[in-house]
Design a protein around this ligand. Structure first.
Ligand SMILES: Cc1cc2nc3c(=O)[nH]c(=O)nc-3n(C[C@H](O)[C@H](O)[C@H](O)COP(=O)(O)OP(=O)(O)OC[C@H]3O[C@@H](n4cnc5c(N)ncnc54)[C@H](O)[C@@H]3O)c2cc1C
Length: 112
């Protein structure tokens, strides 16, 4: 079940990356925003995947003399820092958020 859950999440991110790649020939601010969202999600998922792999292999997963998993676990962590940290990606995403006051009013309207 654990591997199936991770595999499902990886598949979703893979589809997202492929979808963004198809749009790459028409760059625009919304595309950059979505790229930032996928970069953050994929980086954090990669970290989770490597952490779970390490857990499955127990001590052998941690010891770099036994398997390469410990090294991969450390290396994948760089994705959240390099080429724009998570925080900078969140800044890009937040910058494109557009308030939808009309929908909000419709949802929370209390007057008859
Ligand atoms: C192994 C390795 C390889 C690298 N390769 C490259 C490379 O090839 N090319 C390249 O250009 N760079 C490279 N870098 C640099 C990498 O991109 C930077 O480390 C990264 O951008 C973070 O910058 P910083 O280390 O100066 O941290 P800082 O900018 O000091 O940030 C520290 C923390 O504060 C957060 N932070 C900073 N500003 C804000 C803000 N405005 N709002 C909220 N949070 C904020 C950051 O997200 C981070 O969590 C590499 C780094 C490493 C470790």
């Amino acid at each position: 079940m654990r591997l199936a859950q991770l595999d499902g999440q990886v598949t979703v991110h893979e589809l997202a990356v492929r979808g963004l790649a198809r749009e790459f020939h028409t760059p625009n601010s919304e595309l950059y925003r979505r790229i930032a969202a996928v970069k953050v999600g994929a980086g954090r998922l990669g970290e989770l995947v490597m952490s779970e792999c390490l857990q499955l292999f127990g001590g052998c997963g941690y010891l770099e003399s036994e398997t390469p998993i410990g090294e991969l676990w450390r290396d994948i962590r760089l994705v959240r820092l390099a080429a724009g940290t998570d925080e900078i990606m969140w800044e890009l995403i937040a910058g494109g958020l557009v308030p939808d006051d009309d929908s909000y009013d419709r949802l929370v309207r209390t007057d008859p």
